[in-house]
Design a protein around this ligand. Structure first.
Ligand code: NAG
Ligand code: NAG
Ligand code: NAG
Ligand code: NAG
Ligand code: NAG
Ligand code: NAG
Ligand code: NAG
Ligand code: NAG
Length: 253
């Protein structure tokens, strides 16, 4: 009997130490609510314990704020329990109103994430091409197609966009001096009334932003775990109950 208990204990202990870094996560609420919005679930979390989720949201008396990267954004709306919210980007608003080239520089979506990717709706695809005199003619010729417009007054780049297919994907023969970026675009009905030759009149400061878990993160979450990035490495943190019911532990993470 003592031997059995001893074996049992050492088994538990060895599991415990082997899976050490995947154990200690706090008890996190399944969901939380802010005034006027649909409930928030993982990957959103509220408060200070970053182990509870990936994207921090704090409620305010009338709504909430969200951290995306460093700055904080005001949440404008949340209409269902999906991981999609409408945000208001005041920095972008200023740049667009000012018709500043800086408004056209950043990709609003993230291509190669470890834990989740960011997408926006609706968006416009912009081809951002370095101004290089040795490629100028070829690039200009490439975009000399029906429905393409350009914006040529920025210092280092020319921008091209097909206003008839706002969400175009990158063509495989895109000149190598060009990159693809996605920017938030005004909605369908409004869009028809705009001046399509002015790129700034097609952009908007408030838009849907959604967060999609990567496959490994999704898998981890479906098993009751929570994804975590540690020094560029993916980790799946497991639920605390795993410690007590070690059989569940192996099933769940
Ligand atoms: C277990 O956790 C301790 C303290 O957090 C750490 O020092 C140790 O390296 C961890 N062991 C493993 C196997 O992860
Ligand atoms: C939420 O509150 C915590 C603690 O006060 C703070 O560290 C964090 O930056 C806040 N996040 C947002 C999105 O306002
Ligand atoms: C807000 O706009 C700024 C300026 O274009 C941009 O750098 C930033 O990525 C935007 N943030 C979000 C969450 O869209
Ligand atoms: C708006 O544009 C003017 C002239 O280009 C510039 O001096 C000013 O700093 C800009 N303001 C903002 C908020 O970007
Ligand atoms: C911008 O994001 C889109 C969609 O994720 C991606 O296809 C594109 O390569 C990104 N562009 C840059 C310059 O990173
Ligand atoms: C312009 O293109 C040439 C030829 O591909 C390349 O050698 C050069 O570095 C480019 N210049 C700039 C400023 O990108
Ligand atoms: C582009 O928008 C159309 C119509 O809104 C939609 O059917 C299509 O799936 C979208 N394509 C991409 C790549 O988002
Ligand atoms: C549309 O925008 C372009 C570029 O800013 C401008 O030259 C043109 O006058 C505008 N057209 C109308 C009808 O406002």
């Amino acid at each position: 009997m003592i031997i059995f208990v001893f074996l049992f204990m050492s088994f538990i202990l060895s599991c415990h130490s082997a899976l050490n870094d995947s154990i200690s996560i706090p008890v996190c609420p399944e969901s939380f609510s802010c005034p006027n919005f649909a409930p928030f679930k993982y990957p959103f979390y509220s408060g200070t314990d970053a182990r509870c989720g990936l994207i921090n949201v704090n409620c305010t008396s009338t709504g909430g704020n969200i951290l995306i990267g460093e700055p904080r954004y005001e949440i404008f709306g949340k209409y269902d329990s999906s991981s999609s919210v409408v945000i208001f980007n005041r920095t972008f608003e200023k740049l667009v109103n000012n018709e500043s080239c800086e408004a056209l520089m950043n990709n609003f979506t993230s291509p190669n994430p470890l834990l989740y990717s960011i997408s926006i709706t609706p968006f416009i695809t912009l081809f951002k091409c370095t101004k290089n005199t040795s490629h100028a003619e070829a690039t200009h010729a490439y975009f000399n197609q029906p429905n393409y417009k350009s914006h040529n007054t920025c210092t280092d780049y020319n921008f091209y966009y097909d206003y008839s297919v706002s969400n175009a994907t990158a063509p495989s023969d895109l000149p190598h001096t060009c990159e693809v970026i996605q920017l938030p675009m005004i909605g369908g009905r409004e869009y028809k009334l705009r001046n399509t030759t002015n790129i700034f009149s097609l952009l908007t400061h408030s838009f849907f932003i959604s967060f999609s878990l990567t496959r490994s993160c999704e898998k981890c979450h479906n098993k009751g775990g929570r994804c975590h990035a540690n020094k560029g490495q993916f980790q799946c943190l497991c639920d605390q109950r795993g410690i007590y019911f070690w059989t569940v532990y192996f099933v769940s993470c």
